[in-house]
Design a protein around this ligand. Sequence first.
Ligand SMILES: Cc1cc2nc3c(=O)[nH]c(=O)nc-3n(C[C@H](O)[C@H](O)[C@H](O)COP(=O)(O)OP(=O)(O)OC[C@H]3O[C@@H](n4cnc5c(N)ncnc54)[C@H](O)[C@@H]3O)c2cc1C
Length: 271
Amino acid sequence: MLQEFNYLAPKSKNELYTLLKKHAGKSRILAGGTDILVELHNHWIAPANLIDIKKIKELQGITFNDSEGLSIGATTVCIDLINDKNVKQYYPLLADAAGRIGSPQLRNRATIAGNLCTASPCADMGCSLLALGASVELGSADGVRVIPLKDFFTGPKKTQIKPHEVLQRIIVPAEMAGAKYGMRKLKRIKGHDIALVSVAIARTSKVMRAGIGSCAPTPVVTADLSPDAKVARVISAVEQVVSPIDDVRASRDYRLFMTRDFVEKIYPELF
Ligand SMILES: Cc1cc2nc3c(=O)[nH]c(=O)nc-3n(C[C@H](O)[C@H](O)[C@H](O)COP(=O)(O)OP(=O)(O)OC[C@H]3O[C@@H](n4cnc5c(N)ncnc54)[C@H](O)[C@@H]3O)c2cc1C
């Protein structure tokens, strides 16, 4: 049984900011609910207030322009990303990654922002957005701050978001539009499952970057590499940022082996 909580559903960003400030430390944001309802059901968390952000128009939608790039509103769900024409044309890696999350039912419900805020090491949107050099915009009554996604994750289930802040949109830079890409996700079963290892690489004429999931306490990304870097250089950059562990799902050695294998398989797709 779920414990009791107040359900709050603000209709504007300002109303949300006020509620977040008033209930800081005693509230949690509710987006698609695919992670937080599991936590509530298992009594891992017991917030006094659940603040549903789905009715806030300012947090909805996906837009693209040549100067800023792609903007993904906080309530965008996986299926919105998969079907968006600008995502398909300019950032197909994101549609590919979103299509690998869970089942169709889940993709209709789970938000991209929620996937980042949960901060699971295996978050599929984490490694793909890292490869694309994305940033996140955090808003609150104190103002707005934009931080690179690579600095956002601070540990398993931990991020830089303060209790009175909301992740209001994700920004993917214009210079990554049209990037060549490849992604691989290793699972234990053929059906829907979280990743044992995932690798996403994006390459433009100026830069190449690899995002890796399930191989460190958070999703991680390589340094910016030359677009002409050889495959051995990409593998070595990946090995500098991963630190996989043995756990119930896979051994450290298997994860390292598959990380290298995925880079080798993706590399020819980038040219
Ligand atoms: C059966 C199943 C299969 C799954 N498979 C996968 C998979 O294959 N790959 C994968 O990556 N994930 C998978 N997941 C995890 C999950 O679906 C995602 O992490 C999802 O994207 C979370 O989004 P949500 O909108 O449901 O978030 P919610 O559950 O609503 O929220 C998650 C957390 O983020 C916070 N939050 C949400 N939005 C914001 C915001 N805008 N600002 C600040 N905080 C916020 C909430 O307070 C909460 O702590 C799976 C989950 C289930 C149940």
